[in-house]
Design a binder for this molecule. Structure first.
Ligand code: KG4
Ligand code: ZN
Length: 336
């Protein structure tokens, strides 16, 4: 089954055709990142205007010479995200759904991040349940126990900043170029991770929640007290502290809930140290890591998530009922 999928929740305009939730048939991705680099962060008004400018050219790139009869449904990110950006994708998808007479699947952006691993590992993903998902993006840091495609439980989360947000804020206070996460981790490669002694967030506490704002403040104090600090050492020490926190809580949660495998998802899943350390520390438990293109925002992961929702009869609606929702929650998510 082929699904046309659209993602416009922030500053990326993504369109894809995904088959059976695991195979990318075609895809195109445009970004307004360069514009946001000029202001050191995403300006929502600028992002939504760029979404408008990029939406149709990106769609045309994917649909070029595609027989639309092959497409059985349309999936779109309904939220969470920036309202002006979300509206562009949602209204485009609604128009296509109306014009083609195809069902519309409203997809939660965070669900898309979870399904990046399906596009990389395909059928292997159906073998082991329950899965423990470490979801780490710019706005979310959560541990999710996934018992099936329609049963999710949030078992841990950040009490303050998300991991990506912490990377971005620390990069900014160190004067590194936008986007902060990738520039900080690039700089960290040349640094010594043991050089700066930073507080370990929530260490020793017998819980599986995260907290990164104290760590960010500790970095701020360090920078103020050491004006001639070595940036690469600080970057490496900060990155290592965040990764150790993410990995140790994931390991504890996987043991607590008897997870058969761990799945990584979200923009911070692009971080090399996190990818390597997770595999190293969780071994012999399998760790399913998405290929780099499926970590940050794109249309394909929305098509993968949309397929499994469609199979379960979830998220499928009449186009008239689909609304962009900037603070959309995963509806299946409950307390265990
Ligand atoms: O998932 P995403 O593209 O957008 C949201 O849904 O939030 O994630 C973006 C986040 C940003 O905070 C960015 O700095 C972070 O992912 N990120 C990274 C890396 N690449 C992206 N953080 C650390 N290391 C990276 N290599
Ligand atoms: Zn995202």
């Amino acid at each position: 089954m082929k699904i046309l999928s659209i993602e416009t929740s922030c500053d990326e305009t993504g369109v894809a055709i995904v088959e059976d939730g695991v195979r990318v048939v075609r895809q195109a991705l445009a970004s307004s990142l360069d514009l946001h680099a000029l202001t050191g962060g995403v300006v929502p008004e600028v992002a939504s205007r760029q979404q408008l400018a990029l939406m149709l050219p990106t769609l045309v790139e994917v649909l070029h010479e595609v027989d639309r009869e092959e497409i059985e449904a349309i999936a779109v990110t309904a939220g969470p995200g920036l309202i002006g950006s979300l509206l562009v994708g949602v209204e485009t998808a609604k128009a296509l759904s109306f014009a083609w007479g195809k069902p519309l699947i409203a997809v939660n952006h965070m669900l898309g991040h979870i399904y990046g691993a399906w596009l990389t590992h395909g059928g292997l993903m159906e073998e082991r349940w329950p899965k423990l998902v470490l979801l780490v993006s710019g706005g979310h840091t959560e541990l999710i126990l996934m018992e099936s495609h329609d049963r999710f439980y949030k078992v841990g989360q950040t009490l303050d900043d998300a991991a990506g947000e912490a990377f971005d804020k620390v990069a900014k206070l160190m004067g590194l170029p936008y986007p902060g996460g990738p520039s900080l981790s690039k700089l960290a490669v040349e640094g010594n991770r043991l050089a700066v002694d930073l507080p370990k967030p929530m260490a020793g506490k017998d819980n599986i929640d995260f907290s990164f704002s104290g760590l960010k403040t500790a970095v701020l104090h360090y920078v103020r007290q050491n004006p001639h600090y070595k940036a690469a050492d600080l970057a490496a020490s900060f990155e290592w502290t965040v990764v150790e926190s993410l990995v140790s809580k994931t390991k504890r949660a996987a043991e607590m809930y008897g997870a058969a495998e761990v799945v990584l998802g979200g923009g911070v899943a692009a971080n090399r140290v996190l990818r390597e350390r997770l595999v190293e520390r969780l071994s012999p438990l399998p760790v399913m890591i998405p290929d780099l293109p499926f970590t940050t925002d794109n249309g394909a992961v929305i098509g993968a998530a949309g397929f499994y929702q469609y199979k379960n009869g979830a998220g499928v609606t009449d186009w008239r009922e689909v609304q962009a929702d900037p603070s959309l929650e995963l509806p299946e998510m409950g307390e265990i």
